[in-house]
Design a protein around this ligand. Structure first.
Ligand code: SPV
Ligand code: MG
Length: 551
């Protein structure tokens, strides 16, 4: 489970410390498995283990350093935090010698608790230690009193009463006899250790079994059967062992697999032989909790802008520009050196709309604005805007914009369009007699005039027409060719396109005809009023004006 999707641990759920203690004190034999980073910790948890051994050997190995305290304790704690964040089961840290004296031990315990670690095991060797299986009998042991002081200091520092400190007896590793091991274990237990780990490097379990017999259940007993791995697990059960640590098997599994794969790819210079032998990418995403992030994006990116898909109608050549548009469509005309379409796409990008489809017609190969996908209406010469839009129908999304490619506008207009609630939203300019009107404008008739309200009015579009008056009423403003559709609106749009395509005059229909059809079907189109700050480019004069607007 991803850290951010992990359920909040409520008081009804025992803490990780309490669950580690329960494992130690359980009447049955329990097992914990090594992990060395976030993903291995998650794999261990998913396999069904009730706890994790954060092995010093494995943690240093994954850093590529030796098990000699070459990684600092803070580097270890950083990794533990990743492991703890991604899992719910308790983690027992292999804390080596406690990384210093009693004082370092106190700080370690506090930091471990802060990062959600359930316990620490410390061993009675000297800092910097060496792994027990490398020249074990040459390693000096800690002074018993000094080590007991470390245990006491740790116990006095813990806040959760169930945080566990396990004392690891290295006497048998270092070549001492059973009585010395017992003497040490007794002292550590008396100092407050919650359990004793008795370690052995023999390939048979004789030493630990002899110790278990003499120890006689004074405290929970923990073992690490790395070297005596062939011992049947029931033997440990019968000996009254509390907890078995499988101490390094995840890092060894990873290393074996990585070595094989690296060698194969290096030798064969192809991936074809290994693909079926490695985890699929989707398994990596699953372990990382990618799904949770996608769900969260839906919840928290309430404007959903990163998913907004903009469709730009850009099929016409623009004959009114004569020679200027011989070799390119109108949307590629430069304004201040930048093609009109590029200006539009920059506006989209500013608002994190990165999914832009341009529906081209005339000379589509000349449309090379980065960050856009170009599709073509092959019949652009004999069809109109709706036919172009229908070419993109397969790409429609639940959050989409439809915009004329020859529009220029200030960014806030697009921002307001995206922010306005409504299944279909459009823009109307309430300045009725602007000098900048060219071409043949579309006049919008709305349910209420612009009241210059600061907070936005609830206004519906009633009709779009080429006439400045209908049924004795004057128009409310000029319609700006921009529409925003949310999911229901997109459905209405698709239904409308499907129906209109059956009509004989479909090929001559415009976006305005679409709006009128939707309104006639009872589908509300919300209006945002603006006052200027936009232009559609219909003439050379418009190009000059556009240059001014851009400044
Ligand atoms: C570890 O896993 O780092 C241990 C156990 O300390 S052992 O390597 O067996 O000493
Ligand atoms: Mg270790």
């Amino acid at each position: 489970m991803n850290q951010l999707s992990a359920p909040v641990v409520t008081s009804s759920k025992p803490s990780k410390c309490t669950r580690l203690r329960a494992l130690l004190e359980s009447p049955q034999l329990e097992f914990i498995m090594e992990a060395h980073n976030g993903i291995s910790a998650r794999i261990v948890e998913e396999a069904g283990f009730k706890g994790i051994w954060a092995s010093g050997l494995a943690l240093s190995a994954q850093f590529g350093v030796r098990d000699n305290n070459e990684a600092s304790w803070t580097q270890i704690v950083e990794m533990l935090e990743f492991m703890s964040d991604i899992t719910q089961i308790p983690i027992l840290l292999d804390g080596d010698t406690g990384y210093g004296n009693f004082n370092n031990m106190r700080r370690l315990v506090r930091k471990l608790e802060q990062r959600g670690i359930a316990g620490v095991c410390i061993e009675d060797k000297l800092f910097p230690k060496t792994n027990s299986f490398i020249n074990g009998n040459r390693q000096p042991l800690a002074d018993i009193d000094e080590f007991c002081g470390k245990i006491k200091a740790g116990k006095d520092s813990q806040i959760d009463a169930d945080f566990c400190i396990i004392a690891r007896v290295e006497a048998l590793i270092a070549g001492w006899d059973l009585p010395e091991a017992l003497r040490r274990a007794q002292a550590y237990y008396a100092a407050g250790a919650d359990a004793i780990l008795i370690h052995s490097k023999l390939s048979r379990p004789d030493q630990v079994l002899a110790f278990a017999k003499e120890w006689a259940g004074r405290s929970p007993l923990v073992i690490v059967p790395t070297k005596y791995y062939s011992t049947p697990t029931d033997v440990f059960r019968q000996a009254g062992i509390s907890l078995v640590i499988w101490a390094n098997h995840m890092i060894r599994a990873a290393v074996a697999s990585m070595e094989a794969i690296a060698k194969e790819v290096q030798a064969s210079e192809t991936l074809v032989n290994i693909e079926d032998h490695i985890a699929p990418l989707k398994e990596i995403f699953r372990l990382q909790g990618a799904d949770e992030l996608q769900a969260a994006e839906k919840r928290y990116f309430s404007d959903g802008r990163q998913h907004t898909h903009a469709f730009v109608l850009a099929a016409t050549r623009g004959e009114e520009f004569h020679g200027l548009t011989l070799d390119k469509p109108k949307v590629m005309l430069p304004i201040g050196g930048k093609p009109l379409l590029r200006n539009l796409v920059d506006k989209f990008k500013k608002l994190a709309i990165n999914n832009v489809t341009v529906i081209a017609g005339y000379k589509p190969e000349t449309i090379d604005v980065p960050g856009t996908k170009v599709i073509q209406n092959p019949e652009y010469e004999t069809t109109g805007e709706l036919a172009s839009l229908a070419c993109a129908q397969g790409k429609f999304s639940d959050d989409m914009l439809v915009v004329y490619g020859d529009l220029l506008f200030r960014s806030y207009i697009l921002r307001d369009l995206l922010d306005c609630p409504g299944e279909i939203v459009t823009i109307v300019d309430s300045v009725k007699h602007s000098k900048s009107v060219s071409g043949s404008p579309d006049y919008a008739y709305c349910s209420a005039p612009d009241e210059l309200s600061l907070f936005g009015q609830n206004v519906d579009l009633l009709q779009i027409s080429k006439a400045m008056q209908t049924q004795g009423k004057e128009f409310s403003g000029r319609w700006v060719g921009m529409l925003r559709f949310r999911s229901q609106g997109r459905q209405w749009l698709e239904e409308a396109l499907n129906e209109l395509q059956k009509q004989a005059d479909f090929n001559s229909m415009s976006l305005a005809d679409l709006c009128n059809y939707l309104i006639a079907q009872g589908k509300p189109i919300k209006v945002i009023y603006i006052r200027g700050h936009w232009l559609d480019i219909n003439s050379l004069d418009d190009l000059d004006l556009a240059f001014q607007l851009q400044k």
